[in-house]
Design a protein around this ligand. Structure first.
Ligand code: RIB
Length: 328
């Protein structure tokens, strides 16, 4: 694999193998109908992509992160590399190909809900052989985090490598797709879908708590030991093969922009896991971190560092402010 940077013996704890995008966020009052042109009050450009978002969230909280991703040879690619470096992420597995980088036009409505289109671009250039080529660097980390904005065969290679090296894999099966094989999911230590991804994966409706549990059970029975379902304003549900059935209540918050909240959750949870925290405490912290992220506009722009997160929790007299993973 042709890489752009090489850093010897950089201590890393988390490998993220996934996408990067440039988010083009338009804040709208409504969608235009066919043939209509309307004005939107605001626009922001920012760094995004589920993989990069999760990597940046974990890094801002203090994890040492190595990211395997692919950028194009355009201005967006160059800015993305600079952004990853600025966030202290190890770039030695970043690849560059000829062509355009990934972009994501995003529309956020007045209720802070978003609609996202992704154009994968260079993200499609990340190949299974790149994962193999990065095995040595990846073998030094304690957790591999993947999503589905890159080729499925590359995700499969990442999961297989994790298995071979004995490194737990956390899979966020997003965006939702029917093409994800349950046999792949079964090899991951943690699978973290939202309700619609879980529904598509299992073919079971996820409107009620009972349905969510039934659908999660399908993934447990397939062989995945931990199924964590993020339910947005309905909270989080964790079911494990050893019988854990834990519900984490949502934070009551006035959302400004929910874009990237799921990635904030996963990045924070990955940070907690790699710091040795128990799953439940990691989920409580991730839940709070995602809530904090929706109080500000933008994707990565809304991710705070450990100190900011800690003082937000302290201002709310929240016991999580004392968590050791925020005091390093
Ligand atoms: O999860 C939010 C992300 O989805 C955005 O940053 C966008 O780039 C898409 O990948």
């Amino acid at each position: 694999m042709q890489t752009l940077w090489f850093q010897e013996e950089w201590p890393v704890s988390i490998t993220v193998i996934g996408s990067n995008n440039t988010d083009l966020i338009t804040y709208i009052t409504r969608f235009p109908v066919e043939g209509e042109t309307i004005e939107a009050p605001d626009f922001e450009i920012g760094f995004g992509g589920k993989g990069a978002n999760q990597a940046v969230a974990a890094a801002r909280l203090g994890s040492e992160v190595i990211m395997m991703t692919c950028v194009g040879d355009d201005a967006f690619g160059a800015a993305t590399i600079e952004n990853l470096a600025h966030n202290g992420i190890d770039l030695s597995l970043v690849k560059q190909v000829h062509g355009t980088s990934g972009v994501a036009p995003i529309f956020v409505d007045p209720d802070s809900h978003n609609r996202i289109i992704i154009v994968k671009g260079a993200n499609n250039g990340l190949l299974p052989e790149d994962v193999e080529a990065g095995a040595h660097a990846i073998s030094k980390t304690s957790l591999i985090v993947c999503q589905l904005e890159i080729r499925m065969e590359t995700v499969a290679a990442a999961i297989a490598l994790g298995k071979r090296l004995g490194i737990p894999v956390l899979l966020n099966p997003a965006p939702a797709t029917k093409d994800l094989d349950l046999e792949l999911v079964a090899q991951c230590a943690y699978v973290m879908p939202n309700e619609s991804e879980l529904e598509l994966l299992t073919g079971i409706a996820t409107e009620t708590e009972e349905q969510v549990k039934r659908a999660a059970q399908v993934l447990l029975e397939a062989g995945c030991p931990n199924v964590i379902v993020t339910l947005g304003s309905r909270g989080v549900r964790w079911l494990s093969h050893t019988g854990d059935d834990v519900f984490i209540a949502p934070f009551s918050i006035d959302p400004v922009d929910t874009t990237g909240a799921g990635d904030a959750f996963i990045g924070c949870f990955a940070h907690c896991l790699s710091e040795g925290l128990e799953v439940r405490e990691g989920l409580e912290l991730a839940n709070a971190y995602a809530a904090l992220s929706v109080t500000a506009r933008g994707t990565q722009k809304s991710y705070r560092d450990a100190q900011e997160f800690r003082s937000w929790l302290s201002d709310r007299d929240h016991v999580l402010a004392e968590s050791p993973v925020l005091h390093r």
